[in-house]
Design a binder for this molecule. Sequence first.
Ligand code: GUN
Length: 291
Amino acid sequence: MADIIDGKAMASRLADRLADEARRFHIATGRQPTLAVVLVGDDPASMIYVRRKIAACGKAGIRSTDHRLAATASQEELIALVDRLNADPAVHGILVQLPLPPGIRANAVLDRIDPAKDVDGFHPVNVGRLSLGSEGLLPCTPMGCMMLLDSVIDDFRGLKAVVIGKSNIVGKPVALLLLERECTVTITHILTRNLPDLVRAADIVVAAAGAPGLVRGDWVRPGAILIDVGINRVADGEGGHRIVGDCAAAEMDHAAAITPVPGGVGPMTIACLLANTMRAARQQLGLAAAG
Ligand code: GUN
């Protein structure tokens, strides 16, 4: 049987450490680390994610401020809100939940966030720092994927990694992080030819295509490590639904280790958001990095 990499437990340990840090930060500075969460419109999945992020902040002693705009809000209104949050010294992190409604250009909004407060790591300055291998705020899901991999891999050097998915949020940044560890990285996507053959060569597979059950058991070589980033809602055949990943999990007994869905990457994404908020708060107040 493949080992199950328990992201929920790992995220909970990380959140406990961050709660401790948040407490020490408060004592040292008299301020509470603060994340501003911006949601535009009423996309049901985004509403669930935002609620989880705010709840996680509360548990860790990180203050969150909740900013809701109607789906009809203009790009100018959203940018004006970002400008206000940038200028507010009591706000250390800013998260604008994606996707944004049609009519608002996400890049125009993300470009406007102060890179020091960009806890999603989506600003071009932080993307540039990542591609240069220098210290910036890292996007939360890729950072969580690397922590999960770190729990089962000691030495990444020379390992073959295949990333499925080329998004700015997961595929591209996780590929850069794997490259930084000296993996040999292949970035693929849903239109890649011979995708099963490329995956068969991989020691590490990061599946982030948003395609339920895409990666089949016979695509995966024995002993491979699978990080399943997919969160797909599918009908359960009884009138309800369930959440499944991008890997056909029941076919992966021969893998060395796999992240479950739910309970793998998802909780780590949220814990990494808390970690980035703490890091941004410390940097803005000139405090040393946590040990
Ligand atoms: N939408 C899906 N994933 C994310 C994320 O990590 N951050 C933000 N802001 N929006 C998302």
